[in-house]
Each structure stands twice: as structure tokens, then as C-alpha cells.
Design a binder for this molecule. Structure first.
Ligand code: GDP
Ligand code: MG
Length: 293
């Protein structure tokens, strides 16, 4: 009998410009919500670890939101220190996602520069292949030699995702599972649930408020407790820095906050498979700034 380990396990870090489809890819690989997708770039602010596993082993995905938050700033070559840290520490494979329907620009070139410097196995992924034109793939071809694999996918329409998973497994080191997913709540992820809930509420707020108040809010969860008959009680706040915004978030006769709360509750009920009472309020804190970014 042999004790040889036959499974693979490790960290796959997804990098790419805002809106290249990182969150969509993660969500559709895991077939559930783990990270936030939004028409607005960079609404996912923290690295999300999501776990994919099958008989081949375990892939721990790390989304790198806000990695190039300052990319438009040509003077500072800095990337988000948190993201940089996650790139250095927990990387077995880099998955570099390119939206082939957008041409290279300064931001993309910066990412290319950073990705090139990382000495790890790499996969180049052209995303949004469902969009036929424009296509700028010829402008990225020069990169292909530096990558172990080049794969074309549509994250949105789940095309070729299996091929990507296969390539990741191929490049991961041999090893046993790193995270014991049996201990985790559904969905499988290691951000604590308060953060998860806060992000869902934030996403819904953005969804309903759209252009009206782009980045002037944050969300926080104050309490999660179990109530009678399997009901989960969640107390959360939307925090904004201006009374004007507070009014907008509440909306006419509380219409807006009810819509946000209802949408968040529904999604949380699906994610947790539990009945949820969401106690959501809006507060103004003039000192609040986007400190997380
Ligand atoms: P992120 O900023 O990299 O996390 O990008 P998101 O996952 O939030 O996606 C940004 C936008 O691109 C969203 O509107 C997605 O629906 C869209 N998107 C993502 N993948 C695809 C794809 O394969 N095809 C098309 N047509 N749109 C996509
Ligand atoms: Mg995202």
C-alpha cells in the first residue's frame, strides 16, 4: 500500500483590471455568490478567499480587489499594500484575467508589469469571449510566451471554465487540503460572516442607488444572533458621511432602504439557507472615509 498523496492544493490569485470579470468568474466557478459583482468597478474591497474542491484537490481562490486602486496615478507606482502582500504570501498560481474587448491602457500595462515580476506559474485568461468585437487579443499576444497556459473563456456564460480549473490544478503543488471546508458554513469562504453580510448589503445599496451616490457609503454589521424557530437576526447599518445622502438612502417614505434591505435579506436567505430578519438602519458619520481602500 502506498501513502502517496495524489491530490493538489493551493492558492490561485485572480488579478486583472477592474471590470475584467474577476468576481463573475469566482461566482460562476463556485456557482454561488462569494464575491461582489457590480457594474461599478472596485466594489469588492477585500481579498475574498473562496474554496473550490473536487476529487482532484482544493483550489483556494483569492480575489484581489482594489489592487490597482491608484493605477491612474502615474507618479506613485504603488499598488494596494494589502493586495501586494497577498500576492507575495499566498500564491501558487496567478490567473491574469484580461477583458479582450478593451484595449491596453496605462492601468493594464501596470498590471502586466506587476504580473511579469511575479515568479510563479501563470495562466493568461482572455475573458468575455462571448463578445465578438471589438477584440484586442492581438495586442496581448506578446504576453502568451510568458504564461504556462493561455485560455479563452466567458465567465458570464460559463464557457471553458472547466478548462481553466484543469489548468489551475495542473499547476498547483501536490498536497492535501489546506482548508477544512466541512467546518465552514455555506457558502464556502473564509471571510467572516459579518464581512460577507456587510458586503452583500453594500452591493444592494449600490445596485439600487446607482449613479446617485457612488462611493459615499459603507456598511457594518453589529449583531448576528439566532432567534426562535431557526430565525437569524442581523442588525446592520449603512453609514454615510452626509445627511443629504442619508435622505437618499432612506428614500421617499423609507422606500429605498426597504428595497435595499429586502434584496439583501433575500440573497442572505439563499446563501445561508435560513430565514433572516434584517434590521437595517442608515446613519451619518461625517468622519467616515473610504479607509479600507
Ligand atoms: P471585476 O471588477 O473584475 O470583479 O469584474 P466583475 O466580475 O464585477 O464584472 C464586471 C462586468 O463585466 C459585469 O457587468 C459583468 O457582468 C461583466 N462580465 C464579466 N464576465 C463577462 C463575460 O464573460 N462576458 C460579458 N459579456 N460580460 C462579462
Ligand atoms: Mg470584483
Amino acid at each position: 500500500m502506498s501513502n502517496e498523496i495524489t491530490t493538489k492544493a493551493g492558492y490561485a490569485v485572480i488579478v486583472g483590471r477592474p471590470n475584467s470579470g474577476k468576481s463573475t468568474l469566482l461566482n460562476n466557478i463556485l456557482k454561488q455568490k462569494v464575491s461582489i459583482t457590480s457594474p461599478k468597478p472596485q466594489t469588492t474591497r477585500m481579498a475574498v478567499h473562496a474554496v473550490y474542491e473536487d476529487e482532484r484537490g482544493q483550489i483556494i481562490f483569492v480575489d484581489t480587489p482594489g489592487i490597482f486602486a491608484k493605477a491612474e496615478d502615474t507618479v506613485s507606482k504603488k499598488i494596494n499594500p494589502k493586495a501586494e502582500q497577498s500576492l507575495k504570501e499566498h500564491v501558487d498560481v496567478i490567473v491574469y484575467l484580461i477583458d479582450h474587448s478593451r484595449d491596453r491602457n496605462l492601468e493594464e500595462n501596470k498590471i502586466i508589469g506587476i504580473v511579469r515580476k511575479i515568479q510563479k506559474p501563470k495562466i493568461l485568461v482572455y475573458n468575455k469571449l462571448d463578445i465578438k468585437e471589438p477584440s484586442y487579443i492581438p495586442h496581448y499576444r506578446f504576453l502568451e510566451d510568458e504564461f504556462d497556459w493561455t485560455i479563452e473563456i466567458s465567465a458570464l456564460f460559463k464557457q471553458n471554465l472547466n478548462r481553466l480549473i484543469e489548468a489551475i490544478f495542473e499547476l498547483l503543488p501536490v498536497g492535501e487540503k489546506i482548508i477544512n471546508t466541512k467546518k465552514m458554513v455555506y457558502p464556502v469562504m473564509n471571510i467572516d460572516s459579518k464581512t460577507f453580510i456587510a458586503e452583500i448589503i453594500r452591493e444592494k445599496a449600490f445596485l439600487f442607488l446607482r449613479k446617485e451616490l457612488p462611493y459615499s457609503l459603507t456598511t457594518t454589521v453589529d449583531e448576528i444572533s439566532d432567534r426562535e424557530r431557526g430565525l437569524k437576526y442581523i442588525k446592520a447599518r449603512i453609514i454615510t458621511n452626509d445627511d443629504r445622502y442619508k435622505k437618499m438612502i432612506i428614500g421617499e417614505k423609507g422606500y429605498m432602504i426597504r428595497e435595499i434591505g429586502m434584496a439583501a435579506r433575500k440573497e442572505l436567505e439563499v446563501a445561508t439557507n435560513q430565514k433572516i430578519f434584517l434590521d437595517l438602519t442608515v446613519v451619518t458619520n461625517p468622519h467616515w472615509t473610504e479607509e479600507m481602500i
